[in-house]
Write a protein that binds this ligand. Structure first.
Ligand SMILES: C[S@@+](CC[C@H](N)C(=O)[O-])C[C@H]1O[C@@H](n2cnc3c(N)ncnc32)[C@H](O)[C@@H]1O
Length: 190
């Protein structure tokens, strides 16, 4: 069992591999685990950090009162990260059921009538702590993006990749997308 990183919450299972929920049909599991590795290694430069390298990221409590997620946790660069580098993979439970209550659910892909997501609400790795750039003073755009890519083994992963140089100590920020925020605004105003 991998050792959880510093500041990891006790009630969340730390894991570096995705698991499958019973709602995922066998055909989809196969598509995720055994696809072609044609897209592999297009992002990671040869000297980039390994996504499993804990020295790349740190989970920290946000104390700035102007930060919209003040008091929560965020993901920070523990050292300088070059542009177009895989920072960490987004790990969680792969599922095909609806999870409107989860704030840690990310879409992996859609397949005809099925929507496949990765939910890190109860289990995951450092990736579950990445915040959205919106509303953070001085942040006009994200410094990282979600990218789907296959590992050399053929397994499909959702990866967090730097979109510019990120300096040591900077918060790693993505865009969850307008739909993610709209879904939450609508559900709270209903
Ligand atoms: C995937 S989690 C990110 C990690 C979270 N901060 C934590 O401590 O577990 C998503 C949640 O983080 C918070 N969050 C992330 N980015 C935010 C932002 N730009 N403004 C307000 N809240 C944000 C919201 O509560 C959101 O539901």
């Amino acid at each position: 069992m991998p050792e959880p990183p510093h500041n990891w919450p006790k009630n969340i299972h730390y894991t570096t591999t995705c698991s499958f929920h019973s709602s995922v049909p066998q055909s989809i599991r196969q598509k995720i685990t055994e696809g072609s590795a044609a897209k592999t290694a297009t992002i990671n430069p040869p000297n980039g950090p390994s996504p499993a390298d804990k020295s790349v990221v740190a989970i920290r409590r946000i104390s700035e009162s102007t930060h919209p997620a003040c008091g929560q946790l965020g993901l920070f660069a523990a050292r300088k990260i070059k542009e177009k580098t895989v920072i960490v993979d987004y790990i969680g439970e792969i599922h095909c059921d609806e999870r409107p209550e989860s704030d840690y659910d990310l879409s992996l892909f859609r397949s005809s009538d099925l929507s496949v997501g990765i939910d890190a609400n109860k289990q995951g790795n450092e990736g579950r702590f990445v915040n959205d750039y919106r509303g953070i003073p001085g942040q006009e755009k994200p410094n990282a993006v979600f990218v789907d890519e296959r590992l050399a083994s053929g397994e499909l992963r959702m990866r967090i990749v730097s979109s510019r140089i990120i300096t040591k100590g900077e918060e790693i920020l993505v865009s969850y997308g307008k739909a993610w925020w709209q879904a939450r605004t609508t559900s709270t105003s209903n």
